[in-house]
Write a protein that binds this ligand. Structure first.
Ligand SMILES: NC(=O)c1ccc[n+]([C@@H]2O[C@H](COP(=O)([O-])OP(=O)(O)OC[C@H]3O[C@@H](n4cnc5c(N)ncnc54)[C@H](OP(=O)(O)O)[C@@H]3O)[C@@H](O)[C@H]2O)c1
Length: 281
């Protein structure tokens, strides 16, 4: 598996497996399948309610713990120094591990500076190897990164050929923060990306699918991608992207697909914030 280096020297796989909307009942089987076909990065979150399934699958996999890169996220209801600290211990318990490889603040709401202090402490205590944020858009990210002691190693954002996040690139670069793409195939349904005629045509030239082209386009630019599938054949397909290279011309044609640079979710909409807090809180 190809890897990238984070700004604290931690090595992170360039491609992983995400478990958003994978039910607690199905999660252990899915993560077992994913580890079985070769994924070594698993992305979960407190708000996915499936950390235990991830932990069970890792435990039973026979893969050495140090070969697996576990990512989880602190949810809004656990924001603040004390609550975040307690939630980290709870995540460790559910994941059945004594360290998390990458811990992210899931959303830019609530006492994120308090959460960050708890995450910095967890990092220094060896409970966490790297820390970062998710869904912090450019201005919010800058305000946050400017004032914290340990600079975020990762910002996990919606990113795919239709949502390219080009605007935030220079801001992340200023802090050595790497981008990690959620929804790399377009998300639930994934029609726009996996149904793209251009990606399908480019894929045909390489003997690959539109989904593989989307994942290759991200990883070829050093962006970590974490596609989700509950189907083992698709898990295999999504992992099989390192034996071809997109040409400069193909990369440029894909860049022209960008139509929602900062994402399809309006994080500034109070109704959306209310929904997030009330639904998963
Ligand atoms: N930080 C955040 O706020 C945030 C938000 C969303 C997601 N995430 C993370 O990012 C991960 C991935 O994002 P996502 O789950 O929203 O979306 P995604 O990975 O872009 O797309 C998943 C969808 O694509 C389908 N699919 C998978 N492989 C395919 C293929 N080869 N061909 C055609 N369709 C395919 C899946 O269906 P099947 O399962 O039926 O195969 C599913 O409907 C999540 O699981 C989660 O870990 C983070």
């Amino acid at each position: 598996m190809k890897t990238i280096l984070l700004n604290n020297g931690v090595e992170m796989p360039l491609l992983g497996y995400g478990v958003f909307r994978v039910t607690p009942q199905e999660c252990e089987r899915c993560v077992s399948d994913a580890l079985g076909v070769g994924y070594r990065l698993i992305d979960t979150a407190q708000a996915y309610f499936n950390e235990e399934g991830v932990g069970n699958a890792v435990r039973k996999s026979g893969v050495p713990r140090q070969d697996i890169f576990l990512v989880t996220k602190v949810w809004i209801s656990n924001a603040g120094e004390e609550k975040a600290a307690a939630s980290i211990d709870e995540s460790l318990r559910k994941l059945k591990t004594d360290y998390i490889d990458l811990l992210l603040i899931h959303q830019a709401y609530g006492d994120v500076f308090g959460s960050w202090r708890a995450m910095e402490k967890a990092c220094r205590a060896g409970k966490v190897r790297a820390i970062g944020v998710s869904n912090f858009q450019a201005g919010r990210f800058f305000d946050f990164a400017h004032y914290v002691d340990i600079k975020p190693m990762v910002n996990q954002l919606q990113c795919n050929p239709l949502v390219q996040q080009q605007g935030i690139g220079p801001v992340l670069a200023e802090y050595g923060t790497r981008m990690m793409a959620w929804g790399p195939l377009g998300g639930e349904g994934a029609e726009g990306v996996v149904g793209s005629d251009l990606l399908a045509a480019i894929g045909e030239a390489h003997g690959k699918t539109a989904a593989q082209v989307a994942l290759r386009w991200l990883t070829q630019r050093g962006i970590v991608a974490i596609p989700k599938s509950t189907h083992v054949e698709r898990m295999r397909q999504n992992l099989d992207i390192f034996d071809f290279t997109l040409t400069d011309g193909e990369m440029e044609r894909i860049a022209a697909l960008n139509c929602h640079d900062t994402g399809t979710v309006n994080f500034g909409d109070p109704q959306f914030v209310k929904f997030l807090i009330e639904t998963y809180g």
